[in-house]
Design a protein around this ligand. Structure first.
Ligand SMILES: [Mg+2]
Length: 248
């Protein structure tokens, strides 16, 4: 593991804050639907939204509807499905069109392919599918083989490795693209991006934030391009609360 950076970014009134959800704002759960929203998180996000004039976004591999179920009062922008969906002021904009994609057929194909391995969780996504092997990490090669086959059969989708999971997501999406799209629009435009995330999917976005003069904060262990690191979601929550004090 790389050493912890000694300093963390300073949030200023000119910051645009981008936050991953799983493993960043909430602890990773055994199943995606089992995450627990920590007490105080909705209020913390609302206060950040106020202090940064609305320039706070969630960026997640989950779809927007799923994120809204967990954080129904979140007032900021949401980039879901790795940026294939963008929700602004209540409206969801599909940024990646998959006219030919049949998510139900994809889900069935994935479920059939791993039917002999009940420990593999098949997650239907509106723009793809994910296979989770957290319950039995020895099944990783099975998941990799199945997903490579499905990727070959669906050229509009790309493979996205994640923590204890592999996902097929629309080509042309990605958290870096979501960051770029949000930074092109109010209230994010002209601000300095700070991006916090825990997963492989966040690395491109943290690299992008840093290339734009901003900062990345890696949550947890593992190789990263981010210049800063915090050990877990609880540490990020404490840092955000401290940063809020500085924004007063
Ligand atoms: Mg995450």
């Amino acid at each position: 593991m790389q050493p912890l950076a000694l300093s963390l970014p300073v949030l200023t009134p000119d910051t645009a804050l981008f936050l991953d959800f799983d493993g960043c704002l909430v602890d990773i759960a055994p199943r995606p639907d089992a995450v627990v929203i920590p007490p105080g998180l909705p209020e913390r996000l609302a206060r950040l939204h106020d202090a940064l004039d609305g320039a706070v976004a969630l960026i997640s591999g989950r779809d927007v509807a799923d994120l809204r179920r967990h954080l129904p009062d979140f007032p900021g922008a949401i980039a879901g499905s790795h940026g294939a969906e963008l929700a602004l002021s209540g409206q969801v904009i599909e940024t990646t069109h998959q006219a030919d994609l049949d998510p139900d057929a994809l889900h069935r194909a994935a479920a059939d392919a791993v039917a002999d391995h009940p420990a593999i969780l098949v997650e239907r996504k509106p723009h793809g599918v994910a296979l989770h092997y957290r319950a039995d990490p020895s099944l990783r090669p099975v998941v990799e083989e199945v997903m490579a086959r499905l990727a070959d059969a669906n050229p509009d989708l790309v493979l996205q490795p994640a923590k204890m999971a592999m996902e097929l997501r629309p080509a042309g999406s990605g958290k870096d693209g979501a960051l770029d799209r949000l930074l092109a629009m109010a209230p994010f435009a002209g601000r300095v991006p700070v991006y916090a995330g825990d997963d492989l999917t966040d690395e491109v976005a943290m690299a992008r934030a840093q290339a734009l003069g901003g900062q990345g904060i890696k949550i947890g262990a593992g190789e990263t391009v981010a210049r800063h690191r915090l050990p877990d979601p609880a540490a990020l929550a404490r840092w955000l609360d401290d940063a809020l004090e500085g924004l007063r």
